[in-house]
Ligand binder design. Structure first.
Ligand code: SF4
Ligand code: SF4
Length: 244
């Protein structure tokens, strides 16, 4: 937490552009860029599948409630930012359950294929969609190997949509997990992380992968962890424990 605050405090050298309420684009240049390179965070998640149970959907429910994409009449064709995946090896019988969301890739194919620049990666590794210039072509959905993006067929759900901490209003555009960027910029943690902790599971850890003193970096360095389809070279920021 302190490293995040320290970084934000030192952000006087950053050019700051507000793309929309709750979405901020930072850019560095010249000497400031070199000086701050070592401090640049890479926000990520470590999901411990050994603590995640198949019947628990606290992370999915919290995300859906916070952003208004989840309701009781949810259908598989509706937008979804995070999903639970249950895997079972038919030979050994070994199984695990874990949430899958946008993996916030360092080399995101969704950004590569976007014809308008709507898909973009922030300096800190968070991959977002600028809904103001997304034309809804869905190239990014086809390019994403993690099936992490959804097309928004409906308008915002509920009358309080405009009061949400991260307004969506993306009818006809593409959406995905934003890593709760507005919370991170305010020094907080993502909704799914908080909900998982409150449920007592503690299966999702958020932190700065670039800070060797952070808990997430220490755990990634210490324990056997993996990333989904690491062979694809997307360099996800989401790491898993207990899935292999
Ligand atoms: Fe893009 Fe998919 Fe990677 Fe997320 S998981 S950054 S949507 S390619
Ligand atoms: Fe870019 Fe939107 Fe097309 Fe995705 S759907 S590739 S974000 S313009």
């Amino acid at each position: 937490m302190s490293s995040r605050r320290d970084f934000l405090k030192s952000a006087a050298s950053l050019a700051v552009t507000t793309l929309a309420s709750g979405v901020t684009l930072y850019s560095m240049s010249g000497e400031a860029s070199a000086a701050n390179a070592a401090k640049t965070p890479r926000w990520g998640l470590l999901i411990d599948a050994t603590k995640c149970t198949p019947d628990c959907s606290a992370c999915v429910d919290a995300c859906g409630k916070a952003y208004g994409w989840h309701n009781e009449s949810y259908s598989p064709t509706d937008e979804q930012w995070i999903r639970k995946v249950n895997v079972k090896d038919p030979e050994s019988g070994a199984s695990f359950s874990a949430p899958v969301m946008c993996q916030h890739c360092a080399n995101p194919p969704c950004v590569d294929v976007c014809p308008t620049g709507a898909s973009f990666k922030r300096f800190d590794g968070i991959v977002l969609v600028n809904r103001h210039i997304c034309i809804g072509c869905r190239y990014c959905m086809m390019a994403c190997p993690y099936k992490a993006r959804s097309f928004v067929h409906h308008g915002g759900r509920g009358s309080d949509e405009d009061k949400r901490e991260y307004p969506r209003g993306g009818h006809g555009t593409v959406e995905a997990c934003n890593l709760c960027v507005q919370r991170i910029d305010a020094g907080g943690v993502p909704h799914c992380v908080e909900a998982c902790q409150q449920k007592g599971q503690g299966a999702i850890l958020f932190g700065n992968l670039n800070d060797p003193e952070s808990e997430i970096a220490k755990r990634v360095a210490t324990y056997r962890t993996s990333r989904i389809r690491d062979d694809l070279g997307c360099e996800p920021g989401v790491h898993y424990q207990g899935i292999s």
